[in-house]
Design a protein around this ligand. Structure first.
Ligand code: V47
Ligand code: SF4
Length: 383
């Protein structure tokens, strides 16, 4: 039951539409952003989330590899990258160093490695295909979610390969799915101001469509809360909704909150938590064909990520094990992002949700809702 007593006629109409299970328009979404309170929009998003997933909240056990932070691009919001000329200030991992990271998880029940980094001019398609093959040879069942459309676009162009051939090549080498990064904001003018030189919206969408056509799944992101307006967020989500109608290949939408430390947009203030909650809630409502909405806790902070579980979110990403620097360098409160399974389960249970460990493709690994925290903490297979 959504309380609609004091609502304007127009918000009441949108609320009726959502409750009836109809798709909302761009104008409806704009109204929700502009006029809806977080509580109102959140309760509608929560209704949809519970219709789709009940109380189930997914998490996974994963780690990241960031091969390098050296990057040919210079996105203004990025606190992480270093230009090739300043590569002595950054890192460049060799194949052996990356394999040592993979091997450090031998015997540990992780199910996914997430590989994303800067766009290094010398780390090419062959180099990464070699990495994928080595990982698969060492641990065949580990799901490899790797490379943003930005990295892929650069790799394929440099190798003079079509998107389709390049993607097939990496898939054969062991790539299982694509993460959602590099999407930022699709609008051309905003893109021009925050990340002028990398792949554009059509290129990003084309790469994901190509992956979907080859039977791979992928995620999508939106970098929100900086210079973009609400209508830019909606335009971004519309293009994603349209592609999802065509392919059905997206698993998850991940709104990424702009963090402003040590980058060329540090003068732009970060948005409020109320704004964050509304962003998650509108995503759930607008993207009616996306099964999952994820709060990436290393970026949002675990407290706020917990709150999103009442605003439409049904996935909170993974254990991470302090293997990513993108957000700590941009000023997230999570300076060494790592959560044990017991901590993730507790965080989800405190929000009165049902914690379920998933694989990358949302296959259920274990329902933790009836398992006692003490048991999780003391059993190495569970924690
Ligand atoms: O594309 C960079 C973002 C993204 C900042 O698919 C920033 O499961 C905020 O996409 N403030 C890369 N955001 C990370 C990413 C991701 C992360 C976790 C899970 C998945 C997934 C994907 O990080 C970039 C950019 O949008 N980013 N700098 C910043 N200062
Ligand atoms: Fe490079 Fe990615 Fe940073 Fe842009 S966001 S500068 S592409 S590492």
């Amino acid at each position: 039951m959504i309380p609609t007593g004091n609502l304007s006629r127009e918000l009441k109409d949108i609320s009726d539409k959502i409750i009836a299970g109809a798709r909302i328009t761009d104008e409806d979404a704009l109204l929700l952003f502009e006029k809806g309170s977080p509580g109102f929009v959140g309760s509608l998003a929560n209704l949809l989330r519970e219709r789709k997933h009940g109380d189930i909240t997914y998490f996974n056990r994963n780690f990241h590899i960031e091969p390098t932070n050296v990057c040919v691009f210079s996105c203004n919001f990025c606190s992480y990258s270093r230009l090739y000329a300043h590569r002595d200030e950054g890192w460049e991992l060799s194949l052996d160093q990356m394999m040592n990271i993979v091997k450090s998880y031998d015997g540990k029940p992780v199910t996914e490695v997430h590989i994303v980094g800067g766009v290094h001019p010398k780390m090419n398609l062959e180099f990464f295909a070699e990495l994928l093959k080595k990982i698969k040879a060492h641990r065949p069942e580990l799901h490899i979610k790797g490379f943003t459309a930005v990295e892929l676009d650069y790799m394929f162009r440099k190798a003079k390969m079509s998107m389709e051939d390049g993607m097939k090549y990496l898939k054969e080498a062991g790539l299982d799915s694509l993460p959602g990064g590099g999407a930022e904001v699709f609008d051309t003018e905003i893109r021009q101001q925050i990340c002028a030189d990398k792949v554009d919206a059509d290129g990003w969408l084309h790469i994901h469509e190509t992956a979907h056509r080859l039977g791979m799944h992928s995620n999508a992101t939106l970098l929100y809360g900086h210079i973009e307006k609400y209508h830019h967020r909606i335009d971004h989500m519309r293009r994603l909704r349209e592609l999802q109608d065509k392919t059905g290949g997206f698993n998850t939408f991940i709104p990424l909150k702009f963090r402003n430390k040590d980058n060329d947009m540090s003068n732009v203030p970060e948005v409020s938590v109320a704004e964050d909650m509304k962003m998650y809630a509108v995503s759930r409502i607008y993207l009616d064909n996306f099964p999952h909405i994820k709060a990436y806790w290393p970026m949002l902070g675990r407290q706020n990520a917990q709150l999103t579980l009442s605003f439409g979110v049904n996935d909170i990403d993974g254990t991470i094990d302090d293997t990513t620097k993108i957000y700590s360098m941009a000023g997230s409160e999570e300076q060494n992002p790592s959560m044990s399974t017991a901590e993730l389960v507790t965080l989800i249970k405190q929000a009165k949700r049902k914690p379920v460990e998933r694989g990358t493709l949302y296959n259920v690994i274990r329902d933790y809702s009836e398992i006692d925290t003490k048991e999780i903490e003391t059993n190495p297979l569970l924690n």
